[in-house]
Design a binder for this molecule. Structure first.
Ligand code: 4AD
Ligand code: MG
Length: 462
C-alpha cells in the first residue's frame, strides 16, 4: 500500500515498514558506499530522505543511475534521521525504478528556474516546490470557500458557462459559435445567427451573477464558484482571460450586509489557510514575501476600514504622489490609486463604497443622491481590487431606466427585469477573483503563476 510522505513526516512512524511512491528530487552518493535519495510525492513540501544502502541488489545497476525526475517505489523502515533538515528517514529495503528520466532532456533541473521559463513548461512546473505549494494552497482555499458558505446555509449553484447575456455590460466577451469562420452566413448585411448553433449570439460568461440572482430570489442565500472569461486585452500581472470567481448572492440584504459578509469571508479564508497550510505558507513567507503571514494575522484580528469613493478621491487628490493617471471625481480608480490607498494611507485592506454610477454596472442600486451607487470594492495591498460587489437595483422602473441609459437593450434583460416585478426584495452580492486572492495570500507577484494553466492574450499553448 502506498503511504503519503506527509503522513510519514507528520506522524514520525519510527520502526514501521512502509512503501512510498514519488519522484526523485536529488541523489547524493556517500563515500561510505550508500546514497541519499530525496523523494517528493506532492503530499507536502518537504521531501522524504531515503537511505539506499550499497547492499541493495540493484544498487550498482539502477540506484546509481537515478536522476532528478525519475519515479520510484521504495519500501523501507522509518528511522530517526541523524542528518540535518529532517527528523525521520526511510531506510530502503527495496527500491523499484518505475520511470526513468534522461537528465540531458529533462528541462527541470536542480537549479532555480525563473517563473517566466517555468510557464513554458507548464506540464513540469507542478514538480517544483513553488508550484506544488500553490496547488496545495489553491486546494485548501477552495475547500475553505465552500465550508464558509455551507456553514452559513448558502446553496452552491451552478450557473452557465455559455450565456446569451452580458452581465457586466462591458462587452469584453468571447464568442461561442459553430459557424464556419471562412464563410459566415449573412442576412440583410449582418451575421445570420439563426444559422448558428443556438440560433442566437452566444458567449462565454463574464460572471454568474445574474443567474445567481434568480436563485437568491427563490432560495435566499446562494453562491457560485466557477470559471469566468474576459476578453479584455490587458497584459498585466493581475488579469487573466480565464479566471475563477466566487459569487455569493443574498436576498434581504443591503450594502452593509454585503460588506459584512465579504469581510467575514476573507477573514475566514485567511484563518483557514494559515491553519491548514502552515508548511506551504512558511515557504511563501520565506521565499516570496516575508510579510505575508504577519499581514494575514493582522487582517484577521482587525476590522476592515470602509471609506467612500468621494473620500478616497479627496485623499488621492491631496496626495503628493506622482500618479500616472490623474484622479478626479467621476474617474475610475486605477490600480496605482488602489495600492496607494491600501499601502500608504490605510496600511491594510479597505472597502471602498458608493462609486459614481457612470463607472459601475447597470444593476447596482442607485443611492438617494442619484449620483452614486451602492457598490463596494475590497482593495488589498500589492494586488488592488480583489472583490467587486454591490446591492442590486430592486426597483423595476429605475432598473429599466438604467439599462436604457447605459445603451443596453431592455429586451435582452426581460427576465432580469421581471424579477423586480414579482416579490422583489433588496438583495446584494459580490464577486471575488480567486486568483487575485491566491496572489495576495502567497505573495506571488504574477497572476499567471497561481493558476495551473494561465490564459492570457496570445498564450494558449497548454
Ligand atoms: O468587479 P467584477 O467585474 O465584478 C463582477 O463581475 C460582479 N458581477 C461580481 C458580483 O457582484 N457578483 O469582478 C469581480 C472580481 C474582481 O474584483 C477581481 O478580483 C476579479 O473578479 N477579476 C479578475 N481576475 C482576474 N483576471 C481578470 N481579468 C479579472 N477581472 C475581474
Ligand atoms: Mg470590479
Amino acid at each position: 500500500m502506498r503511504n503519503k510522505i506527509s503522513s510519514i513526516l507528520f506522524l514520525e512512524r519510527i520502526g514501521d515498514k512502509l512503501t512510498v511512491e514519488g519522484w526523485v528530487r536529488t541523489r547524493r552518493d556517500s563515500k561510505g558506499g550508500f546514497s541519499f535519495i530525496e523523494i517528493n510525492d506532492g503530499s507536502c513540501l518537504q521531501n522524504l530522505q531515503v537511505i539506499a544502502d550499497g547492499s541493495l541488489s540493484n544498487y550498482q545497476t539502477e540506484i546509481l543511475r537515478l536522476q532528478t525526475g525519475c519515479s520510484v517505489r521504495v519500501t523501507g523502515i522509518v528511522a530517526p534521521s541523524q542528518g540535518k533538515g529532517q527528523t525521520v528517514e526511510l531506510q530502503a529495503e527495496f527500491i523499484d525504478v518505475i520511470g526513468w528520466s534522461d537528465p540531458d532532456q529533462y528541462s527541470l533541473q536542480k537549479k532555480r528556474h525563473s517563473f517566466e521559463f517555468l510557464r513554458t513548461i507548464a506540464h513540469l512546473r507542478p514538480r517544483t516546490n513553488t508550484f506544488g505549494a500553490i496547488a496545495r494552497v489553491r486546494n485548501a482555499m477552495s475547500i475553505a470557500i465552500h465550508s464558509f458558505f455551507q456553514d452559513r446555509g448558502f446553496l452552491y449553484i451552478h450557473t452557465p458557462i455559455i450565456t446569451g447575456s452580458d452581465c457586466e455590460g462591458a462587452g469584453e466577451m468571447f464568442k461561442v459559435t459553430t459557424l464556419d469562420l471562412a464563410q459566415v452566413p449573412q442576412k440583410d448585411g449582418h451575421i445570420d445567427f439563426e444559422k448558428d448553433f443556438f440560433g442566437a449570439p452566444a458567449h462565454l460568461t463574464v460572471s454568474g451573477q445574474l443567474e445567481a440572482e434568480i436563485y437568491a430570489l427563490a432560495l435566499g442565500d446562494v453562491y457560485t464558484f466557477g470559471p469566468t472569461f474576459r476578453a479584455e486585452n490587458s497584459n498585466t500581472s493581475r488579469h487573466l482571460a480565464e479566471f475563477w470567481m466566487v459569487e455569493p448572492e443574498m436576498a434581504f440584504c443591503d450594502l452593509e450586509g454585503d460588506v459584512g459578509m465579504a469581510t467575514a469571508f476573507l477573514k475566514y479564508v485567511f484563518t483557514y489557510v494559515l491553519e491548514h497550510c502552515r508548511e506551504d505558507m512558511a515557504f511563501f513567507n520565506r521565499f516570496m514575501d516575508s510579510t505575508i503571514i504577519e499581514t494575514l494575522e493582522r487582517i484577521i484580528s482587525k476590522d476592515f476600514e470602509t471609506v467612500s469613493y468621494g473620500e478616497a478621491v479627496r485623499i488621492l487628490s491631496e496626495a503628493k504622489e506622482g500618479f500616472e493617471f490623474p484622479v478626479a471625481w467621476g474617474t475610475d480608480l486605477q490600480s496605482e490609486h488602489e495600492r496607494y490607498l491600501c499601502e500608504k494611507v490605510f496600511k491594510g485592506p479597505i472597502v471602498v463604497i458608493d462609486y459614481p454610477k457612470e463607472i459601475k454596472a447597470f444593476y447596482m442600486k442607485v443611492n438617494q443622491d442619484n449620483k452614486t451607487v451602492r457598490a463596494m470594492d475590497v482593495l488589498v495591498p500589492k494586488v488592488g481590487e480583489i472583490i467587486g460587489g454591490s446591492q442590486r437595483e430592486d426597483d423595476h422602473d429605475i432598473l429599466l431606466q438604467r439599462i436604457k441609459d447605459m445603451g443596453l437593450e431592455p429586451d435582452n434583460y426581460w427576465w432580469y427585469l421581471e424579477l423586480r416585478k414579482f416579490g422583489s426584495v433588496p438583495h446584494a452580492g459580490f464577486g471575488l477573483g480567486f486568483e487575485r486572492l491566491i496572489q495576495f495570500v502567497t505573495g506571488m507577484t504574477n497572476i499567471r503563476d497561481v493558476i495551473p494553466f494561465p490564459r492570457t492574450p496570445g498564450n494558449i499553448s497548454f
